[in-house]
Ligand binder design. Sequence first.
Ligand code: GCU
Length: 632
Amino acid sequence: MLLHPIAHERHPAMKHRSASLSLSAPVFLAAILVAASLACGNLSAAAEPPAPIVLTGADRRSAISLDGPWGAIVDPYFSGLFSFHHEEKKDGWFLNRKAKPGDPFPTEYNFATAAKLKVPADWNSQRASLLYYEGPVWYERDFTYAPRPHTRVFLHVGAANYRSWFWVNGKKVCEHEGGFTSFNCEITDAVHKGGNFVVAAVDSTRLEDGVPGLETDWWNYGGLHRSVSLIEVPEAFIDQYDLHLRRGDGSVIEGWVHVLGGQPGASVTVAIPALHAKAFATLGDDERAAIHMPVTNLERWSPQTPKLYNVLIHAGQDNIDDLIGFRTIETRGTEILLNGKPIFLRGIDIQGEAPYRLGRANTAKDADILLGWAKELGCNFVRLAHYPHDETMLRAADRMGLLVWSENPVYWALDFDNPKVLAKAERQLDEEIGTSRNHPAIILWSMANETPATPARTQFIETLAARARQLDPTRLITAALLVRDEGNTRIIDDPLGKILDVIGFNEYIGWYEGTPASADTTQWRVAYQKPLIVSEFGGAAKAGLHGTPETRWTEEYQAAIYRHQLPMLDRMTQLRGMSPWILMDFRSPNRPLADIQDEFNRKGLISDQGQKKLAFMVLQKAYRNKTVGKPN
Ligand code: GCU
């Protein structure tokens, strides 16, 4: 048997060194590589830890919170992980080495005496010295733990932007890439009774092959910006589940429950006490149990009646009590049907920026303020741009009756030819859908925002859309497309439209194109007989700056854009929804205009300090009087 040289996907320097060896005698070469690997320890003959797993409804499980102050060390050169040879250190800062007598070198770091960073929170909004910082930061905290027999324990991370590495008691437990989805690292074999410590390295550096890529119109807030906790589960536990109302008659709740480590034939039950309904099922060889639950007197979830039911899922030693609403969403021709009836989505775009304090939104209070403003505006719909938002936002949307467009951060120009980039986008899609698949509020999975209509891009997103449909056939697939123009005709014919259920499109007539009055004479041509959502329109204004409707940056100019846009949009016979850009001003490094933007995108209808601009009232009146879009 021919032994092939061992190819290590290590740090670039690694590949260079192993590639310099002769390839003339594969067996000899393999022996050399194995010896080198074991000798220097940097080719980590030890296996990498398993990839983190996805947990559906993790926020409904009891957890040991690790939120609060963590010791933090800013490490611009990533010296804590990589040596001056760029080799991954085997004794990096992750060991949190306490100074030992006789140490050959002084220990030149100490998390215990280091300044603290709060978790959950981005670091940029915690320290003036870190506002612009993009790079690695180390976090450490101690915790006590008492292992229980027949129990597995996971480190649950709500989100870490952008790449992250984790060690428990000096043992590496996982790595992750992606700044806006939750993940779970198994630490069962790393924790012990009594005192433990966890170390995290989070690197917010933007990557050319990242998802998103190098360019975004939002602040690159780095760090552990969503909650971190320990979640204990039995040896066989419910990692993912999907329960939804069957389209059509609406008298059956169906779906599946997956039990990681479950035995074929093991029983699973799903019960909804309020409906006196219970389903009994058994696990197949794929550790999955199909659920079929006839129901009567079910009150469907909708913006008017956001009814949520306690759903009790039981499998062996594991139990989950989730709060789920049941509704159906589908299209028929150019209509979007919620519970079988046409609906018009009166919405607004929202970035995950915290009102008032700024930084990443990550608390129930942030969600209640932002979604409370959307309700005050008269919305039944929100587009949570441009990445999956915190579970607190989705729980609030479920509770408040706001339909949600959730978005994978395939934003602007990515390296669409690169299979590694596709794999990263797929991973983030798996985590987004796997975590959030039971929120009734979510009706649309958006694959992308404003991507260039190249063949590579179309292929990339077609692959993502097929994966989303396979993961979740119960929701609609969309994307925010760019629009072409020929004179004063705007054309929606991006080839991506072929594979979408609902066509989103962005246009800025009156701001980036022409004047507000340009909308009065704009014609539209649409290549698809599908429902349309204008997923972005609008313009900027500094709150409190007043002048004539012809003067840019004034509230009057922004209001004029809305006054001219709304009648134009109402003439679009296929329009089934709108989400103007944007609810609240948000930080962006692309917006430096002094005394006006000051590194904020000012297209908000509300300032970051809660000041409502004139355009808020213009849109609110249209939504409340339903003078835009078909009444529903
Ligand atoms: C783009 C993009 C947004 C951006 C907005 C703007 O359409 O999707 O992320 O903030 O326009 O220019 O303000």
